[in-house]
Design a binder for this molecule. Structure first.
Ligand code: 5GP
Length: 183
């Protein structure tokens, strides 16, 4: 494995872990959505890396579109406020939608998005979350049908996840050293 970034405290999902997670999720989606031509909605920016890999692990016809929301700004705590920065270009009505998300924390972002997309009358709507944060005594606001991995309740970066727009290009997921965001 490539050297770990000096700002990363520890790796929680290696490149090999990620490969296995994504290919197994792709297989399940391919079984569940044969002949349904699902529309994968990637939630930008974080989910673009995961979505690109997931699409290539899906063996049945599918399409993709992008939505950009802003909920975290440059900080590490959820503001609870979701702003649509870029909407879909594709019509959702009658489509089988799978919302691809990088990480599910409180679930507030996705709960808002799913409500919004539901109002556009899709044939079905499900969530594929690459990772879900394990927070004691806390259930996220939405339940994803597909969950890649559980990650500890810490601020993680890599594989599309950023801190202040950095670290998205790391090929693994790691816990960011706290001194980086308390600087
Ligand atoms: P939620 O609304 O579920 O609390 O937050 C979801 C969004 O917050 C994610 O899509 C991601 O953009 C951001 N987020 C939540 N936890 C983390 C984390 O540990 N690291 C990073 N980089 N972003 C996170």
């Amino acid at each position: 494995m490539a050297e770990v970034h000096p700002d990363v405290e520890s790796v929680v999902l290696s490149e090999e872990d990620i490969r296995l997670i994504v290919s197994s999720m792709g297989r399940r989606i391919s079984e569940d959505y044969a002949d349904k031509n699902p529309l994968i909605v990637a939630v930008l920016r974080g989910a673009f890396v995961f979505t690109a890999d997931l699409m290539r692990a899906i063996t049945v016809p599918c399409s993709v579109d992008f939505m950009a929301v802003s909920s975290y700004g440059d900080g590490i705590k959820s503001s609870g406020v979701v702003r649509i920065v870029k909407d879909l270009d594709t019509k959702v009505e009658g489509r089988h939608v799978i919302v691809a998300e990088d990480i599910l924390d409180s679930g507030l972002t996705l709960s808002y998005l799913v409500k919004l997309l539901r109002s556009r009358k899709p044939a079905s709507i499900e969530i594929a979350a690459f990772s879900v944060k394990d927070i004691p005594n806390h259930a996220p606001a939405v339940t994803p049908r597909y969950v890649g991995a559980h990650v500890p309740d810490a601020f993680v970066v890599g594989y599309g996840l950023d801190y202040a727009e950095r670290y998205r290009n790391l090929p693994y997921v790691g816990i960011l050293k706290s001194e980086v965001y308390s600087r």
